[in-house]
Design a binder for this molecule. Structure first.
Ligand code: PHE
Length: 530
C-alpha cells in the first residue's frame, strides 16, 4: 500500500543521495501525506534502518485573504480598476461593484493617493429639506488621482509563495505590513532529516528472534537481522525463588531481633540429651512432658556421653534437695524436687522438644565465662529460630515438627514488667495483625512467674496462644554458677501460629509438613512480606 510506496521511495532516495534533507520537501515532491510519511519514518528508525533528526523552522503562510490577494490582486487595485478614468463613479455604485473588497480597497487606494473622493451637491430633483431637518448627506464621487497603478502587494505575496514561505524573501517592513493586514501568518513546520541507520544494509530482510546452533556453526548469523530486544515485554513468571511463608516470617522475626540488638544462638543440635533439654531446666525426671507420649527418644545413639561432670553433679543436687551442700556459690535456697535423680535418665537422647535447650546451653557457657573471668555479666540478649519435635496428635493447630522462636535477656533485677514489655514491643514490630495481645499466668517448671500470651486471630475469630514465657528460676541459674541478683527473662514463641495469622491459613498442615501443596509456595510473591 501507501506505506510500501513511501518505504521504497525513502530507500531509493537514501541509496541515491545518502540523505533526505527535509521530509516536508520530500513529501511534497512525491505527493505523500506528510503525517503518514513521519509514521513510516518512526517505525523504520526504531528498527534502525534509518536515523532521523528532528527539524523545526518557522515560515510564513498566506491566509485565506492572502491567497485571494495573490490570485486576483489586492483589494485596492481591484477597487482602482473599477473606477473609470475621467469622471469616475459614484461611491455608492463603486461599493456595490467592489463587493467584499470594497471597504479595505477603497481605504487603501485613498491612503495611497490613487483615488480621490469629491463631494457634490444633491441633485436638483431631490425633495426640498423640511424646516429644521438635517441637510441630506452630500453625494460622493470617486475619481482616479493617478493614471495607473501597480499591484506591489500581490507581487510581494507571490515572492513569498515562490520562496516557500521563507521570511528572508522580503524586506522586513514589507513583511510586517503584510502580517499586519493578516495576509500572512507565521507557522512552525516540524519535519525530519533522514539518513541511513545502522541496519540500513539489511533493510527489508526478515528479522529473526533466535540465534540457533546451526546459524553459529554455518556462520549464517553474520548476514542475519535480529529483532531488537524488547525489554518492556511482560516476563514469564519465574519458576523458582519464591519463599515459603514460614521463611518470610522467620526472616522478619530475625530482622526484628537483630534491630533490637539480639544475638543469634547456635541451633544445630536437633538431637539433644535429656540433660540440656530437661534437667538443666530444672524439669523433674517424672514430669509428664518427658513421657514417650510427648517426646521422641532417639535409640541410636541412645545416650549422650559428654556432659560437664561438675555441673551434672550440681544439677543432680539441686533437683534432689536444692543444693545446700554445694555451698554459697551454687545454693539455690530451695528444697529441690525431693527425689533420687537418675544419671541414666539424663543421658537419654531425644529430638529436642523446645529450643529452650539452646538457651540452657548458651546460659551455661555465659556462666562459665563469668566464673573464669570474674567479669560481671553485662546485660545481653539472645534469640534463636529453629525446629523442635513433639510426639503430638496432628490436627489443625498441631504438628509433630515445627518451629520455635526463642529469646532471653540476662541482666540485673529484670522483672515480669520487662518481660511483658519486651514481648509486646516485639509483636508491635511484627505488624498491625498482632496489635491485640493478652497475657495470662501459667506454669513452667523452670520459670516463676510464668506468662502465656495470645494474639487475636482475625479469620478464626478467636484468641490463639502464640507463646509462653517467664523469669528463669534460681534452681536453673544457680547450679550454672550465676551470682545472686542476676535474672533472666525468657520466652518461646511458635513461628507457625503468627505465620498462619499473617497469611490467613486455617490449617497448620497446609502451611508446613509433608502434606503441603508445593504450588502454595510458588504462588507466593518473591518478597518477604505482603
Ligand atoms: N519452652 C517453652 C515452650 O516450649 C517456652 C518458654 C521458653 C517458656 C522460655 C518460658 C521460658 O513452650
Amino acid at each position: 500500500g501507501g506505506t510500501d510506496k513511501m518505504e521504497d521511495a525513502l530507500k531509493a532516495a537514501l541509496e541515491k543521495d545518502g540523505v533526505i534533507a527535509d521530509s516536508l520537501a520530500f513529501a511534497e515532491q512525491h505527493v505523500f501525506d506528510h503525517a503518514a510519511l513521519i509514521g513510516v519514518c518512526k517505525s523504520l528508525s526504531s528498527a534502525q534502518n534509518i536515523a532521523t533528526e528532528n527539524l523545526s523552522r518557522t515560515v510564513v503562510q498566506l491566509s485565506e485573504e492572502g491567497l485571494q490577494c495573490a490570485q486576483h490582486g489586492s483589494p485596492e487595485v481591484r477597487v482602482f480598476a473599477l473606477v473609470p478614468a475621467g469622471d469616475g463613479i459614484l461611491e455608492t455604485e463603486l461599493m456595490v461593484a467592489a463587493g467584499a473588497a470594497g471597504k479595505v480597497g477603497m481605504a487603501k487606494a485613498v491612503q495611497n493617493k490613487w483615488l480621490e473622493v469629491l463631494k457634490e451637491d444633491a441633485p436638483a430633483d431631490a425633495a426640498p429639506a423640511a424646516e429644521g431637518a438635517k441637510k441630506p448627506p452630500a453625494i460622493k464621487r470617486v475619481k482616479r488621482a493617478v493614471p495607473s497603478v501597480t499591484d506591489s502587494v500581490q507581487a510581494q505575496l507571490k515572492v513569498v509563495v515562490d520562496a516557500r514561505g521563507a521570511e528572508s524573501a522580503l524586506p522586513a517592513e514589507e513583511l510586517a505590513l503584510l502580517k499586519k493586514r493578516n495576509l500572512l501568518a507565521v507557522v512552525t513546520l516540524k519535519s525530519v532529516k533522514v539518513t541511513p541507520g545502522p541496519t540500513f544494509e539489511t533493510w527489508g530482510q526478515k528479522a529473526l528472534a533466535d540465534l540457533t546452533h546451526e546459524m553459529l556453526v554455518k556462520g549464517t548469523w553474520r548476514g542475519a537481522v535480529f529483532k531488537p530486544l524488547n525489554l518492556d515485554a511482560a516476563g514469564k513468571p519465574p519458576t523458582g525463588g519464591a519463599l515459603h511463608p514460614i521463611l518470610k516470617v522467620k526472616t522478619l522475626f530475625r530482622e526484628i531481633f537483630l534491630q533490637l540488638g539480639f544475638e543469634e544462638m547456635q541451633t544445630n543440635k536437633y538431637v539433644e540429651s535429656s540433660f540440656w533439654n530437661f534437667d538443666a531446666l530444672y524439669q523433674p525426671q517424672q514430669h509428664p512432658a518427658r513421657d514417650m507420649q510427648d517426646t521422641f527418644f532417639v535409640s541410636t545413639p541412645s545416650e549422650t556421653l559428654k556432659i560437664p561432670p561438675d555441673y551434672l553433679a550440681r544439677v543432680k543436687a539441686t533437683h534432689e534437695n536444692g543444693g545446700a551442700q554445694l555451698g554459697e556459690e551454687f545454693n539455690s535456697n530451695s528444697t529441690g524436687w525431693q527425689y533420687d535423680w537418675s544419671e541414666e535418665v539424663t543421658r537419654q537422647n531425644l529430638l529436642r522438644t523446645h529450643t529452650t535447650a539452646v538457651s540452657s546451653r548458651t546460659l551455661y557457657k555465659l556462666a562459665q565465662h563469668f566464673r573464669k573471668t570474674g567479669v560481671p555479666v553485662t546485660p545481653q540478649k539472645y534469640f534463636s529460630i529453629d525446629r523442635v519435635f513433639r510426639n503430638e496428635a496432628l490436627d489443625a493447630t498441631h504438628l509433630a515438627e515445627f518451629h520455635q522462636v526463642e529469646g532471653f535477656v540476662i541482666g540485673e533485677n529484670l522483672s515480669l514488667g520487662h518481660l511483658m514489655g519486651t514481648i509486646a514491643d516485639f509483636y508491635k514490630r511484627l505488624g498491625p495483625e498482632f496489635a491485640e495481645m493478652k497475657f495470662k499466668p501459667t506454669y513452667n517448671p523452670y520459670t516463676e512467674p510464668s506468662m502465656e500470651f495470645c494474639c487475636w486471630h482475625p479469620t478464626l475469630n478467636k484468641w490463639v496462644e502464640v507463646g509462653n514465657s517467664g523469669v528463669f528460676r534460681p534452681e536453673m541459674l544457680k547450679p550454672m554458677g550465676f551470682p545472686d541478683g542476676l535474672s533472666v527473662i525468657a520466652w518461646g514463641l511458635a513461628l507457625e501460629r503468627p505465620t498462619m495469622i499473617k497469611y490467613k491459613f486455617k490449617d497448620i498442615r497446609a502451611l508446613f509438613g509433608h502434606r503441603i501443596d508445593l504450588n502454595m509456595t510458588r504462588a507466593h510473591p518473591i518478597v518477604r512480606w505482603t
